[in-house]
Ligand binder design. Structure first.
Ligand code: NAD
Length: 336
Protein backbone atom coordinates (compact mmCIF):
# COMPACT_ATOMS: atom_id res chain seq x y z
CA UNK A 1 0.00 0.00 0.00
CA UNK A 2 1.19 3.56 -0.75
CA UNK A 3 1.28 5.50 2.49
CA UNK A 4 2.30 9.11 3.20
CA UNK A 5 3.82 9.51 6.65
CA UNK A 6 3.61 13.07 7.99
CA UNK A 7 5.42 14.90 10.81
CA UNK A 8 8.18 12.29 10.63
CA UNK A 9 10.94 12.80 13.16
CA UNK A 10 14.50 11.65 12.42
CA UNK A 11 14.35 9.10 15.24
CA UNK A 12 11.19 7.36 13.95
CA UNK A 13 12.28 6.32 10.47
CA UNK A 14 14.67 3.52 11.41
CA UNK A 15 12.01 1.92 13.63
CA UNK A 16 9.28 2.19 10.96
CA UNK A 17 11.63 0.88 8.24
CA UNK A 18 12.63 -2.03 10.50
CA UNK A 19 9.03 -3.21 11.03
CA UNK A 20 8.17 -2.60 7.36
CA UNK A 21 10.89 -5.01 6.14
CA UNK A 22 8.43 -7.88 5.73
CA UNK A 23 5.26 -5.84 5.15
CA UNK A 24 6.91 -3.88 2.30
CA UNK A 25 4.48 -0.95 2.22
CA UNK A 26 5.56 1.93 -0.01
CA UNK A 27 6.14 4.57 2.63
CA UNK A 28 6.92 8.19 1.75
CA UNK A 29 8.20 10.31 4.62
CA UNK A 30 7.30 13.97 5.04
CA UNK A 31 8.78 16.07 7.83
CA UNK A 32 6.03 18.66 7.40
CA UNK A 33 2.74 18.28 9.23
CA UNK A 34 -0.42 17.48 7.30
CA UNK A 35 -2.85 20.40 7.51
CA UNK A 36 -4.72 22.89 5.27
CA UNK A 37 -1.47 24.44 4.03
CA UNK A 38 0.21 21.14 3.11
CA UNK A 39 -2.74 19.01 1.97
CA UNK A 40 -1.74 19.43 -1.70
CA UNK A 41 1.17 17.03 -1.01
CA UNK A 42 -1.36 14.17 -0.69
CA UNK A 43 -1.26 12.73 -4.20
CA UNK A 44 -1.51 9.05 -5.19
CA UNK A 45 -1.62 7.75 -1.61
CA UNK A 46 -4.20 5.30 -0.28
CA UNK A 47 -3.36 6.13 3.30
CA UNK A 48 -1.93 8.88 5.47
CA UNK A 49 -0.10 8.25 8.73
CA UNK A 50 -0.11 11.15 11.17
CA UNK A 51 0.87 12.46 14.58
CA UNK A 52 -0.87 14.77 17.07
CA UNK A 53 0.80 17.75 15.36
CA UNK A 54 -1.15 17.11 12.13
CA UNK A 55 -4.60 18.70 11.79
CA UNK A 56 -7.17 16.72 9.84
CA UNK A 57 -10.16 19.05 10.04
CA UNK A 58 -13.27 18.87 7.81
CA UNK A 59 -11.57 20.66 4.93
CA UNK A 60 -8.42 18.50 4.98
CA UNK A 61 -10.49 15.29 5.18
CA UNK A 62 -12.64 16.39 2.21
CA UNK A 63 -9.47 17.11 0.22
CA UNK A 64 -7.62 13.89 1.04
CA UNK A 65 -10.79 11.89 0.29
CA UNK A 66 -10.90 13.60 -3.11
CA UNK A 67 -7.23 12.64 -3.61
CA UNK A 68 -8.13 8.96 -3.03
CA UNK A 69 -7.14 8.41 0.61
CA UNK A 70 -9.13 5.62 2.27
CA UNK A 71 -7.23 5.09 5.49
CA UNK A 72 -5.82 7.22 8.33
CA UNK A 73 -3.32 5.77 10.79
CA UNK A 74 -2.42 7.74 13.91
CA UNK A 75 0.94 7.17 15.56
CA UNK A 76 -0.65 8.26 18.84
CA UNK A 77 -3.41 7.22 21.21
CA UNK A 78 -5.23 10.57 21.08
CA UNK A 79 -7.23 11.47 17.95
CA UNK A 80 -8.78 14.83 18.85
CA UNK A 81 -6.91 16.33 15.86
CA UNK A 82 -8.99 14.27 13.39
CA UNK A 83 -12.58 15.10 12.44
CA UNK A 84 -13.84 11.55 12.94
CA UNK A 85 -17.39 12.38 11.81
CA UNK A 86 -16.22 13.66 8.42
CA UNK A 87 -13.84 10.71 8.05
CA UNK A 88 -16.80 8.37 8.72
CA UNK A 89 -18.90 10.19 6.09
CA UNK A 90 -16.13 9.46 3.57
CA UNK A 91 -16.04 5.81 4.81
CA UNK A 92 -12.40 6.25 5.83
CA UNK A 93 -11.01 3.77 8.31
CA UNK A 94 -9.15 5.45 11.21
CA UNK A 95 -6.70 3.43 13.30
CA UNK A 96 -4.69 4.55 16.32
CA UNK A 97 -2.30 3.17 18.95
CA UNK A 98 -4.34 2.86 22.15
CA UNK A 99 -1.28 2.01 24.29
CA UNK A 100 2.39 1.68 23.51
CA UNK A 101 4.37 1.88 26.72
CA UNK A 102 2.59 3.26 29.78
CA UNK A 103 5.72 2.50 31.83
CA UNK A 104 7.73 4.98 29.72
CA UNK A 105 5.52 7.87 30.81
CA UNK A 106 5.11 6.65 34.40
CA UNK A 107 8.88 6.28 34.81
CA UNK A 108 9.43 9.79 33.45
CA UNK A 109 6.99 11.17 36.04
CA UNK A 110 9.12 9.46 38.70
CA UNK A 111 12.28 10.93 37.13
CA UNK A 112 10.75 14.41 37.49
CA UNK A 113 9.89 13.73 41.15
CA UNK A 114 13.36 12.43 42.02
CA UNK A 115 15.17 15.23 40.20
CA UNK A 116 13.08 17.97 41.82
CA UNK A 117 13.37 16.35 45.23
CA UNK A 118 17.01 15.19 45.33
CA UNK A 119 18.26 18.02 43.05
CA UNK A 120 20.56 15.75 41.06
CA UNK A 121 20.53 18.28 38.18
CA UNK A 122 21.99 20.94 40.50
CA UNK A 123 24.54 18.51 41.98
CA UNK A 124 25.64 17.46 38.48
CA UNK A 125 26.42 21.03 37.46
CA UNK A 126 27.92 22.00 40.81
CA UNK A 127 30.31 19.04 41.09
CA UNK A 128 31.58 19.61 37.54
CA UNK A 129 32.82 22.98 38.77
CA UNK A 130 34.58 21.34 41.73
CA UNK A 131 32.00 22.65 44.18
CA UNK A 132 31.29 19.79 46.56
CA UNK A 133 29.14 21.69 49.08
CA UNK A 134 25.78 20.28 50.16
CA UNK A 135 24.08 23.67 50.55
CA UNK A 136 20.55 23.70 49.06
CA UNK A 137 20.72 20.06 47.99
CA UNK A 138 18.58 18.68 50.82
CA UNK A 139 15.60 16.57 49.74
CA UNK A 140 12.98 14.50 51.55
CA UNK A 141 12.29 10.75 51.79
CA UNK A 142 9.58 9.43 49.50
CA UNK A 143 9.00 6.53 51.91
CA UNK A 144 5.81 7.16 53.87
CA UNK A 145 4.72 10.20 51.83
CA UNK A 146 1.19 10.52 50.44
CA UNK A 147 1.03 10.53 46.65
CA UNK A 148 -2.16 11.70 44.90
CA UNK A 149 -2.80 10.20 41.46
CA UNK A 150 -5.35 11.86 39.17
CA UNK A 151 -6.40 9.22 36.64
CA UNK A 152 -5.56 5.55 37.23
CA UNK A 153 -5.74 4.27 33.66
CA UNK A 154 -2.80 2.58 31.98
CA UNK A 155 -0.16 5.21 32.86
CA UNK A 156 -1.63 6.04 36.28
CA UNK A 157 -1.61 2.33 37.17
CA UNK A 158 2.05 1.93 36.13
CA UNK A 159 2.87 5.04 38.19
CA UNK A 160 1.00 3.72 41.28
CA UNK A 161 2.91 0.43 41.06
CA UNK A 162 6.26 2.24 41.08
CA UNK A 163 5.32 4.53 43.96
CA UNK A 164 3.99 1.60 46.01
CA UNK A 165 7.51 0.18 45.67
CA UNK A 166 8.91 3.32 47.31
CA UNK A 167 6.67 2.67 50.34
CA UNK A 168 4.36 5.59 49.63
CA UNK A 169 0.69 5.85 50.62
CA UNK A 170 -1.30 6.25 47.39
CA UNK A 171 -4.61 8.05 47.17
CA UNK A 172 -6.30 8.42 43.81
CA UNK A 173 -9.23 9.91 41.98
CA UNK A 174 -10.81 8.54 38.80
CA UNK A 175 -14.25 8.14 37.26
CA UNK A 176 -13.75 4.37 37.57
CA UNK A 177 -12.00 2.65 40.46
CA UNK A 178 -9.45 -0.07 39.71
CA UNK A 179 -9.94 -3.26 41.72
CA UNK A 180 -6.35 -4.26 40.94
CA UNK A 181 -5.03 -1.06 42.55
CA UNK A 182 -7.46 -1.19 45.49
CA UNK A 183 -6.27 -4.73 46.24
CA UNK A 184 -2.73 -3.32 46.40
CA UNK A 185 -3.75 -0.67 48.92
CA UNK A 186 -4.54 2.34 46.73
CA UNK A 187 -7.42 4.35 48.25
CA UNK A 188 -9.88 6.24 46.07
CA UNK A 189 -10.85 9.65 47.48
CA UNK A 190 -12.59 12.79 46.24
CA UNK A 191 -10.55 15.33 44.26
CA UNK A 192 -10.73 17.76 47.21
CA UNK A 193 -9.41 15.15 49.66
CA UNK A 194 -6.63 14.33 47.23
CA UNK A 195 -5.69 18.02 47.09
CA UNK A 196 -5.76 18.36 50.87
CA UNK A 197 -3.76 15.24 51.76
CA UNK A 198 -1.13 14.76 49.04
CA UNK A 199 2.55 15.61 49.41
CA UNK A 200 2.97 14.97 45.68
CA UNK A 201 0.26 14.93 42.98
CA UNK A 202 0.82 13.30 39.59
CA UNK A 203 -1.64 13.94 36.75
CA UNK A 204 -2.54 11.04 34.43
CA UNK A 205 -6.07 11.84 33.21
CA UNK A 206 -6.90 12.93 29.65
CA UNK A 207 -7.54 16.56 28.69
CA UNK A 208 -11.24 17.19 28.09
CA UNK A 209 -13.86 19.81 28.97
CA UNK A 210 -14.04 18.43 32.56
CA UNK A 211 -10.26 18.36 33.15
CA UNK A 212 -9.25 21.61 31.42
CA UNK A 213 -7.74 23.87 34.12
CA UNK A 214 -8.54 21.28 36.81
CA UNK A 215 -5.54 22.74 38.62
CA UNK A 216 -6.45 26.39 39.11
CA UNK A 217 -6.35 28.93 41.93
CA UNK A 218 -9.31 27.25 43.68
CA UNK A 219 -7.49 23.89 43.63
CA UNK A 220 -4.19 25.40 44.79
CA UNK A 221 -5.95 27.05 47.75
CA UNK A 222 -6.73 23.52 49.05
CA UNK A 223 -3.29 21.87 48.69
CA UNK A 224 -0.69 21.28 51.41
CA UNK A 225 1.60 24.31 51.31
CA UNK A 226 4.81 23.46 49.47
CA UNK A 227 3.51 20.32 47.76
CA UNK A 228 4.90 18.95 44.48
CA UNK A 229 2.82 18.85 41.28
CA UNK A 230 3.81 16.63 38.34
CA UNK A 231 2.09 16.76 34.94
CA UNK A 232 3.03 14.36 32.16
CA UNK A 233 -0.48 14.28 30.72
CA UNK A 234 -1.61 17.41 28.82
CA UNK A 235 -0.59 21.02 29.42
CA UNK A 236 -4.03 22.60 29.69
CA UNK A 237 -5.02 20.44 32.67
CA UNK A 238 -3.03 23.09 34.55
CA UNK A 239 -3.99 26.75 34.37
CA UNK A 240 -0.49 28.13 33.79
CA UNK A 241 -1.27 31.66 35.01
CA UNK A 242 -2.65 30.21 38.27
CA UNK A 243 0.35 27.86 38.57
CA UNK A 244 2.70 30.85 38.39
CA UNK A 245 0.76 32.61 41.18
CA UNK A 246 0.81 29.42 43.31
CA UNK A 247 4.59 29.17 42.82
CA UNK A 248 5.05 32.84 43.77
CA UNK A 249 3.07 32.27 46.98
CA UNK A 250 5.06 29.05 47.67
CA UNK A 251 1.74 27.21 47.81
CA UNK A 252 3.35 25.01 45.17
CA UNK A 253 6.82 23.98 46.37
CA UNK A 254 7.86 22.10 43.23
CA UNK A 255 6.55 21.77 39.70
CA UNK A 256 7.60 19.12 37.18
CA UNK A 257 5.99 19.26 33.74
CA UNK A 258 6.58 17.35 30.51
CA UNK A 259 3.66 19.09 28.82
CA UNK A 260 2.73 22.74 28.57
CA UNK A 261 -0.37 24.66 27.47
CA UNK A 262 1.51 26.54 24.75
CA UNK A 263 3.78 23.67 23.73
CA UNK A 264 2.58 23.60 20.10
CA UNK A 265 4.61 26.74 19.38
CA UNK A 266 7.72 25.54 21.25
CA UNK A 267 8.24 21.82 21.71
CA UNK A 268 10.08 19.65 19.17
CA UNK A 269 11.74 22.82 17.78
CA UNK A 270 15.22 24.30 18.29
CA UNK A 271 14.50 27.91 19.30
CA UNK A 272 17.92 28.51 20.83
CA UNK A 273 18.65 31.23 18.28
CA UNK A 274 15.37 33.15 18.32
CA UNK A 275 13.47 35.30 20.79
CA UNK A 276 10.84 33.21 22.55
CA UNK A 277 7.70 35.33 22.88
CA UNK A 278 5.88 33.05 25.30
CA UNK A 279 6.18 34.96 28.59
CA UNK A 280 4.56 32.22 30.67
CA UNK A 281 7.12 29.54 29.89
CA UNK A 282 9.92 32.06 30.40
CA UNK A 283 8.46 32.93 33.83
CA UNK A 284 8.11 29.25 34.72
CA UNK A 285 11.74 28.64 33.78
CA UNK A 286 12.84 31.45 36.09
CA UNK A 287 11.76 29.46 39.19
CA UNK A 288 14.51 27.21 40.56
CA UNK A 289 11.94 24.69 41.79
CA UNK A 290 10.42 24.14 38.34
CA UNK A 291 11.60 21.38 36.01
CA UNK A 292 10.37 21.35 32.40
CA UNK A 293 11.02 18.59 29.89
CA UNK A 294 9.93 18.89 26.23
CA UNK A 295 7.20 16.21 25.94
CA UNK A 296 9.78 13.43 26.13
CA UNK A 297 8.04 11.09 28.58
CA UNK A 298 7.15 8.66 25.76
CA UNK A 299 10.67 8.79 24.33
CA UNK A 300 12.16 5.39 25.13
CA UNK A 301 13.47 2.68 22.79
CA UNK A 302 10.71 0.35 23.96
CA UNK A 303 7.99 2.90 23.23
CA UNK A 304 9.42 3.70 19.76
CA UNK A 305 9.57 -0.03 18.97
CA UNK A 306 5.95 -0.45 20.06
CA UNK A 307 4.73 2.63 18.13
CA UNK A 308 6.45 1.47 14.91
CA UNK A 309 5.36 -2.17 15.29
CA UNK A 310 1.70 -1.29 15.93
CA UNK A 311 1.72 1.33 13.15
CA UNK A 312 2.82 -1.29 10.59
CA UNK A 313 0.29 -3.80 12.03
CA UNK A 314 -2.38 -1.11 11.57
CA UNK A 315 -1.29 -0.61 7.93
CA UNK A 316 -1.52 -4.41 7.45
CA UNK A 317 -5.07 -4.47 8.83
CA UNK A 318 -6.39 -1.51 6.78
CA UNK A 319 -8.26 -3.78 4.39
CA UNK A 320 -9.59 -6.21 7.05
CA UNK A 321 -13.35 -6.05 7.40
CA UNK A 322 -13.66 -6.65 11.16
CA UNK A 323 -13.42 -3.75 13.64
CA UNK A 324 -10.23 -4.05 15.71
CA UNK A 325 -9.48 -2.55 19.13
CA UNK A 326 -7.27 0.03 17.40
CA UNK A 327 -10.08 1.37 15.21
CA UNK A 328 -11.66 4.72 16.03
CA UNK A 329 -15.36 4.32 15.36
CA UNK A 330 -17.58 7.39 15.02
CA UNK A 331 -20.62 7.09 17.27
CA UNK A 332 -23.51 9.51 16.78
CA UNK A 333 -24.34 11.46 19.97
CA UNK A 334 -27.33 9.85 21.81
CA UNK A 335 -29.60 12.92 21.38
CA UNK A 336 -29.57 12.59 17.58
P1 NAD B 1 -6.12 5.90 29.96
O1 NAD B 1 -7.33 6.17 29.12
O2 NAD B 1 -5.66 4.49 30.12
O3 NAD B 1 -6.36 6.49 31.44
C1 NAD B 1 -6.91 7.76 31.69
C2 NAD B 1 -7.67 7.64 33.02
O4 NAD B 1 -8.12 8.94 33.39
C3 NAD B 1 -8.91 6.74 32.91
O5 NAD B 1 -8.90 5.77 33.94
C4 NAD B 1 -10.07 7.72 33.05
O6 NAD B 1 -11.21 7.15 33.68
C5 NAD B 1 -9.42 8.79 33.93
N1 NAD B 1 -10.14 10.05 33.95
C6 NAD B 1 -10.87 10.62 32.95
N2 NAD B 1 -11.39 11.79 33.38
C7 NAD B 1 -10.98 11.95 34.66
C8 NAD B 1 -11.20 12.96 35.63
N3 NAD B 1 -11.98 14.01 35.37
N4 NAD B 1 -10.61 12.82 36.85
C9 NAD B 1 -9.86 11.73 37.13
N5 NAD B 1 -9.63 10.75 36.23
C10 NAD B 1 -10.18 10.85 35.02
O7 NAD B 1 -4.98 6.81 29.38
P2 NAD B 1 -3.41 6.64 29.59
O8 NAD B 1 -2.86 5.80 28.49
O9 NAD B 1 -3.12 6.28 31.01
O10 NAD B 1 -2.91 8.13 29.28
C11 NAD B 1 -3.20 9.20 30.15
C12 NAD B 1 -2.80 10.51 29.51
O11 NAD B 1 -1.38 10.56 29.40
C13 NAD B 1 -3.27 10.68 28.06
O12 NAD B 1 -4.59 11.20 28.03
C14 NAD B 1 -2.28 11.65 27.50
O13 NAD B 1 -2.79 12.96 27.70
C15 NAD B 1 -1.04 11.48 28.37
N6 NAD B 1 0.14 10.97 27.64
C16 NAD B 1 1.29 11.68 27.71
C17 NAD B 1 2.44 11.25 27.04
C18 NAD B 1 3.76 11.99 27.14
O14 NAD B 1 4.71 11.67 26.40
N7 NAD B 1 3.90 12.97 28.01
C19 NAD B 1 2.38 10.07 26.28
C20 NAD B 1 1.18 9.35 26.23
C21 NAD B 1 0.07 9.81 26.92
Amino acid sequence: MKIAIYSTKYYEREYLDFYNKTAKHQMTYFEIPLNTETVATVKDFEAVCIQLTDKLDTNVIHQIAKAGVKYIALRSAGYDNVDIETAAKHKMKVLRIPAYSPEAIAEHAVALILTLNRKTHKAYNRVRENNFLLQNLMGFNLFGKTIGVVGTGKIGTAFCNIMLGFGCKIIATDLMESKELKDKGVQYVSFDTLLEQSDIISVHCPLNSKTKYLFNTAAFSKVKKGMMLINTSRGAILNTADVIQALKKAQLGYLGIDVYEGEEQLFFKDLSNVVVLDDQIERLMSFNNVLITPHQAFFTKEALHAIARITIENFNSFEDSEVTKNQVVFVLPKSL
